[in-house]
Design a binder for this molecule. Structure first.
Ligand SMILES: Cc1cc2nc3c(=O)[nH]c(=O)nc-3n(C[C@H](O)[C@H](O)[C@H](O)COP(=O)(O)OP(=O)(O)OC[C@H]3O[C@@H](n4cnc5c(N)ncnc54)[C@H](O)[C@@H]3O)c2cc1C
Length: 415
């Protein structure tokens, strides 16, 4: 069994697979150390969903790797899976050269990354000093350097405040945060602790419309989305945060069906992709959730993988797609393989595009309402969990399952 990616999802899957005594489990990790993104997140906030205790990112990453190793998984670091050489065979690039690795099953757990400036098409010059949160953390915690003197942070979700914390704690002043939404999307106390108490302004409903500077950034232009008013801010550093894109190159190269909402591979509730024997879990499926959610997905995927390793079954049955309508943006998992081999008791993860209060989310197949769940608040860029018991009522010939909000049901449908 081969796992690509030694982050929380891949390592949790490895530990659980070994606990289920599936035989040899090999984790391929391209970095020099396993643990994934938390290795570089030098702050508390990791571990609650999966371990029920709070710890720092590096401590959490070490624990994930230690549990996988103690369970008997092999972890090969500096080993990148670079291309497919067969349905379940991968070419690996490592300091020992190029070689092929085959498994009876493959789990992709390659995580996600923030979209960099180039992908966001921000006009202006191309100076140094433009970073993502990941790059910022590598400079500050890896190279132990200061990122700059004065920074602007683009985004106002959880990770944006993590970037602000990293900047201020390492001696960089934060001139402003910018979000195109009406307000921040994190928890009030976290926003206050990271930014509010330092007097860092949040420019809401605003966009970064230009970056200037020759060798190094010397300023940015910010435009208000409704009034069109612009302002210039002097800074030598710009940090783009959030706006996640799954690290899906291997999934695409393998010809796996992709979900247009999440931009990750389509998976059913047993984490099966469209490729027989190929599973996927963690942030590869949907962009950034917390590490604990990624680890729980990895752990949950192990049940389906163990079943497949035992009987080779699971593909070829009808697959019912799950789709969402605006203001919902995506759901994960986003398909159901029928009959689901196991009851779906773990929640689905959802995202919404705008702030909504006292909203009901409906799940329907054709005219049948399978599930209704009320939410006090739905916040963009923040995790929403939808209970999963309704999957038992899905039938193979009932058409796609649609998930929508009650205030804005499916297009063309009156209420
Ligand atoms: C700045 C920041 C702050 C955060 N703060 C928190 C927090 O406070 N609490 C919290 O719970 N979560 C936090 N998170 C989110 C958390 O880090 C992620 O949810 C978690 O790491 C996802 O786990 P994963 O295994 O899916 O992916 P990752 O952690 O991204 O791991 C994927 C691994 O796959 C490897 N890989 C990718 N492609 C290949 C390949 N082709 N071959 C071999 N290896 C490959 C990568 O090197 C990486 O190690 C934060 C994230 C960021 C960026």
């Amino acid at each position: 069994m081969v796992i690509v990616g030694g982050g929380p999802a891949g390592l949790a899957a490895a530990a659980e697979l070994r606990r289920r005594q599936v035989g040899r489990v090999l984790v391929l990790e391209r970095e020099g150390e396993p643990g994934g993104i938390p290795r570089d997140c030098h702050h508390a906030g990791f571990g609650w969903p999966d371990l029920k205790r709070m710890m720092s990112g590096p401590a959490y990453a070490r624990g994930c790797a230690a549990r996988a190793r103690a369970a008997g998984a092999e972890i090969w670091t500096e080993s990148s899976a670079t291309r497919w050489r067969g349905a379940r065979t991968l070419q690996v690039t490592s300091p020992h050269g190029l070689f092929d690795v085959s498994g009876r099953a493959v789990l992709l757990a390659t995580g996600c990354r923030e979209r960099p400036r180039a992908a966001r098409l921000v006009p202006g010059t191309r100076p140094a000093g433009v970073l993502t949160t990941g790059a910022l953390q590598r400079i500050v915690h890896g190279a132990r350097e200061r990122a700059g003197r004065r920074a602007v942070v683009v985004g106002a979700e959880h990770v944006s405040y993590s970037a602000v914390h990293t900047l201020t704690a390492s001696g960089t002043e934060v001139a402003a945060m910018i979000t195109d939404l009406p307000r921040h999307q994190t928890y009030g106390p976290l926003a206050w602790l990271a930014a509010g108490r330092h007097g860092i302004p949040l420019l809401a409903q605003s966009e970064l419309t230009r970056i200037s500077g020759k060798g190094r950034v010397d300023g940015v232009e910010v435009t208000h989305r409704t009034t069109g008013a612009t302002q210039s801010i002097a800074c030598d550093t710009v940090v783009f945060t959030g706006d996640w894109i799954p690290d899906h190159e291997l999934a695409r190269a393998g010809g796996l069906a992709m979900d247009p909402g999440t931009r990750g591979p389509r998976v059913d509730a047993s984490y099966r992709t469209s490729g027989p024997g190929v599973f996927a879990a963690g942030n590869l499926l949907h962009g950034a959730e917390t590490a604990g959610i990624a680890a729980l997905e990895g752990r949950a995927s192990a049940a389906g993988i163990a079943r497949f390793l035992a009987d080779g079954a699971g593909w070829g049955a009808p697959v019912v797609p799950l789709s969402v309508t605006r203001p919902l943006v995506w759901i994960s998992p986003n398909a159901l393989g029928l009959p689901e081999a196991a009851p779906v008791d773990h929640p689905f993860v959802l995202r919404v595009a705008e702030f909504l209060r006292d909203e009901t989310v409906d799940v329907r197949q054709g005219a049948r309402i399978l599930h209704r769940e009320r939410f006090r608040a739905l916040v963009p860029n923040r995790s929403i969990r939808l209970r999963g018991g309704w999957t038992r009522a899905v039938v193979a010939d009932g058409g796609p399952v649609l998930i929508s909000t009650a205030s804005r049901p499916r297009e063309g449908e009156a209420r």
